[in-house]
Design a protein around this ligand. Structure first.
Ligand code: F6P
Length: 419
């Protein structure tokens, strides 16, 4: 890694290099909101700077097969047809990692493809796996600038797609509350996010969820059950129409008390080689149901409230809903359109300065901030101090609440926030 970092530093100061005349854009990994904004931002900045830019289809699969492709030039008219507010990517994706391609000549083949189309450098939007390929290609002498993108928000920088996903999780969970409340059901809503709980956490807070379970906190089921029981019953008792519900947002990577993931597909992996996580919603539902069956208080409460029906309705129903790809699909938030356009445009400007092997961090006024991609892709998890604050507001995170001990500091000047 050190030698790669060394290479990056060398490249950072290589401003005397020939300016690129044509760039290629790749988007890769799981799709999400903001990718079309990145493409638009990069394309429009390239036009302004008088250079050509083309789309390399289907992520690194397209890069490897570039010799056989005719990558479309994104001129002004073509860029005009790519709507930044639509999620997904005009370029298409694959989960192909170059280092995993068995062909020993893969880098020569990629270089030949780039030469064939006169592509001098690549702007590559993606998450940690995609970024690791940026590091790899940079070390092989291919000029790349990385634009951070992942709905998991687990990079060191903000990633386009994070805000859109959070908004969608909140919206769908809020929508589901109406059916939960009508049927007096508790809902366990499972959401993507892999090994980081950022979007489950913020999406859950946005939806006023009662309980949010994230990979960073190993779940104590007794705590969840007691919080559910208390919240559900108090809602029921305060309702003049005897209605109640309880909303759990569970990140797919939630872990058991012993740190194990719940997954019914442990053996199956995606083409990046990651285990496919799924099944946590169902697992939690079954767990809560079995706790309710052994708890006589429900019969007493439901009888008193006029809901109990022997053998048919003896305790509240629980349903699990997996939001799956819905949280990455559809539309892009305005924040992500704005960040995506800036990040795509900034990537072109970095490339023109000869600053490669780096990830765009932010654009603050006229300051384009970046960091080595090898650093940017280090996994970032939810800081538990942030959780303590919301625990003090009564949200359950699957553990006994930890006291929040604030510090107080007066701030001056520009403030940056990171979700
Ligand atoms: O990395 C983004 C992500 O949405 C993860 O949160 C999720 O585990 C994974 O992609 C799902 O990937 P796929 O669309 O390949 O099933």
């Amino acid at each position: 890694m050190e030698s790669v970092d060394g290479l990056i530093l060398e490249r950072n100061i290589n401003k005397e290099k020939m300016k690129p005349k044509k760039l290629g854009i790749i988007t890769s990994g799981g799709d999400c909101g903001g990718l079309n904004a990145v493409i638009n931002g990069a394309a429009r900045m390239a036009h302004t700077k008088g250079i050509e830019i083309c789309l390399i289809p289907n992520g690194y699969a397209g890069l490897y097969n570039l010799n056989d492709l005719d990558p479309p030039i994104i001129d002004f008219a073509r860029a005009d047809k790519i709507h930044s507010g639509v999620a997904g990517s005009e370029a298409g994706h694959s989960r192909v990692k170059i280092s995993k391609i068995k062909d020993p000549n893969k880098y020569e083949i990629i270089n030949a493809g780039l030469r064939k189309h006169n592509i001098d450098g690549l702007i590559i939007a993606g998450g940690d796996d995609t970024g690791s390929v940026v590091v790899d290609l940079t070390a092989k002498g291919i000029d790349c600038v990385h634009v951070p993108k992942t709905m998991d928000l687990d990079l060191q920088t903000y990633s386009v797609g994070g805000d859109s996903t959070i908004n969608r999780i909140s919206k769908f969970a809020d929508d589901l509350r109406t059916t939960g409340l009508t049927h007096n059901r508790a809902l366990v809503i499972e959401v993507f996010g892999r090994y980081a709980g950022h979007t489950a956490f913020r999406g859950g807070i946005g939806a006023d969820a009662d309980c949010i379970l994230i990979p960073e906190i190993f779940v104590d089921y007794e705590v969840v059950y007691q919080h559910f029981k208390k919240t559900y019953i108090s809602r029921l008792l305060s309702s003049d129409v005897k209605g109640s519900t309880y909303i759990i947002i569970a990140a797919e990577g939630v872990r058991n008390k012993d740190g194990q993931f719940f997954t019914d597909e442990a053996a199956s992996t995606d083409s990046f080689g990651h285990a496919k996580l799924s099944g946590v919603g169902q697992y939690i539902r079954k767990k809560l149901e079995s706790q309710m069956k052994n708890d006589k208080d429900w019969q007493q409460v439901l009888t008193k409230e006029g809901i109990f029906v022997k053998d048919i309705y003896e305790y509240p129903e629980i349903r699990e809903v997996s939001l799956g790809h819905l949280v990455r699909a559809g539309g892009t938030s305005s924040y992500d359109v704005s960040f995506g356009k800036q990040a795509g445009g900034a990537a072109v400007l970095l490339m023109l300065e000869g600053i490669c092997g780096v990830t765009v961090v932010d654009v603050q006024e006229n300051d384009i901030q970046y960091m080595p991609t090898s650093k940017a892709i280090e996994q970032r998890n939810v800081n538990l101090n942030k959780i303590e604050f919301f625990e003090s507001l009564g949200v359950c995170f699957g553990r006994k609440p930890v006291d929040y001990h604030p510090m107080f500091s007066e701030q001056h000047g520009h403030i940056r926030r990171h979700l």
